[in-house]
Design a protein around this ligand. Structure first.
Ligand SMILES: *Cc1c(COP(=O)(O)O)cnc(C)c1O
Length: 419
């Protein structure tokens, strides 16, 4: 359910006319619906109303501080994967006691920042990281809340690059080794064992992989408790998929039902780290057609957004529905939709059946709210594009368009090149 709809054949975001925004803001830009973001967060959280839980939004899916603020005001926490994300979360006003920190490569300075902030827990991904956190906490005179990120070895049946909970992935510690790691952690002076976590992958469109992972975590928690190691938080990660095309992922309430039913008498507070399911269909990318052309019978629609703005099609072969912002009667064609970047891998769609759009028209690349702007770059020295948030009939620039100055900020020409 989202608030992007056509009214009299013109695309609206809530009560705001997308074409009008484009006229004033220029293209390309990301456009988010405040109502949709809040609705998705509320639906997800409400689905778990009958069990103690914290919804820790996965910052890397969409990192704008204004968007993080929306979730913070709904009582949400965050799942972090870097010091930069922690900085953002603090700026957005997220409560540190609702922050968890995952990632295989946490640096000492990032660990220190998290310790000084007083986050709820680190999801620790190796023995060495565990040792490092203990040492850093000792140095700072604080105690570190930790859980181990367990690799449950379940197949999320998603794209290989976004599957993270399989034997052979770099993430987490396998179940047997994690028992040893917990015993070891229990002896460390500056560490408080708080939870167990896992994150099996992204864009998962079935409940069964989550339930399999939950089963393995439950087993582990039972064994730990038998040894006198108390576990208060069970962090099931994120990963719930959305509909980009014809996928039929479970509704959050279905996902929640299955998890709640499979976890009776666990006596834990649940943590969830949803990213995509909250923001994916709450944002679009608006781009303008620069040119159309035909080469040896193959058609191309060339638009002003490229793989540096939205990399998912190039990186994962992902599908995004592309629609004219203003609809009208016309023939359908089969075409590639490509950007201006000097790479053949720069496309938003390949062999796509879509209306024969013309030069100058606006296109909406749908479902671009997750891993859209947050994965964007300056490749080809293209200024990063603005992020705009709509609330009712008004719109707000929540990140302005970069300019050429921004591109070279921080660069320096050494003296020896000046003479
Ligand atoms: C990326 C990530 C998430 C969010 O995944 P989604 O598929 O966007 O829900 C959650 N937890 C961790 C540890 C992650 O790396």
């Amino acid at each position: 359910m989202n608030y992007f709809q056509y009214r009299n054949r013109a695309l609206f975001c809530e009560e705001a006319d997308v074409e009008q925004i484009a006229r004033e803001a220029g293209t390309p830009f990301y456009l988010y619906s405040h109502r949709t973001l809040r609705h998705h967060f509320r639906v997800f959280s409400a689905a778990f109303a009958e069990v103690p839980h914290i919804v820790c939004f996965s910052v890397k899916a969409c990192s704008n501080t204004a968007i993080l603020r929306i979730f913070a005001r709904e009582g949400g926490g965050v799942d972090l994967v870097s010091g930069g994300e922690l900085y953002r979360a603090l700026k957005a006003g997220v409560d540190p006691s609702r922050m968890v920190y995952s990632g295989v490569g946490k640096r000492e300075d990032e660990i220190d920042l998290a310790l000084r902030t007083g986050i709820l827990m680190f999801n620790v991904e190796s023995f060495q990281e565990l040792e490092t956190i203990n040492v850093r906490a000792g140095k700072l005179g604080v105690r570190a809340g930790i859980g181990l990120r367990v690799n449950p070895d379940v197949d999320p049946e998603t794209h290989a690059h976004i599957s993270t909970g399989l034997k052979g992935n770099k993430f987490g510690i396998n179940v047997e080794a994690s028992l040893l790691a917990y015993r070891y952690a229990a002896k460390l002076k500056h560490v408080d064992i708080k939870g167990v976590s896992c994150h099996i992958g992204s864009q998962v469109t079935k409940t069964s992989p989550f339930i399999d992972a939950l089963g393995r975590l439950k087993d582990l928690i039972r064994r730990l408790r038998e040894e006198g190691i108390a576990i208060h938080y069970l962090d099931l990660g994120g990963g719930l998929g959305i509909t980009y095309d014809r996928e039929t992922p479970p509704h959050p309430s279905e996902y929640a039902r299955a998890i709640i039913d499979a976890s009776s008498e666990m006596d834990c507070t649940f943590i969830f780290e949803p990213g995509r399911v909250i923001v994916g269909n709450a944002g679009i990318l608006v781009t303008r057609v620069l040119y159309t052309k035909e080469n040896d019978g193959k058609r191309f629609v060339i638009v002003d957004a490229g793989m540096n703005d939205l990399v998912r099609p190039s990186l994962y072969g992902s599908f995004h529905l592309i629609q004219p912002v203003i609809q009208r009667e016309r023939e359908e064609i089969t075409t590639d939709v490509v950007g201006p970047i000097c790479e053949s891998g720069d496309f938003l769609a390949k062999g796509r059946q879509m209306p024969a759009v013309e030069r100058g028209e606006l296109l909406a690349v749908m479902s671009a709210g997750a891993y859209g702007f947050s994965m964007s770059s300056n490749y080809n020295s293209r200024p990063r594009i603005p992020e705009i948030l709509v609330r009712d009939d008004r719109w707000y620039v929540i990140r302005k368009r970069e300019n050429f100055e921004d591109l070279v900020r921080g660069e320096e020409i050494p003296d020896f090149l000046n003479t």
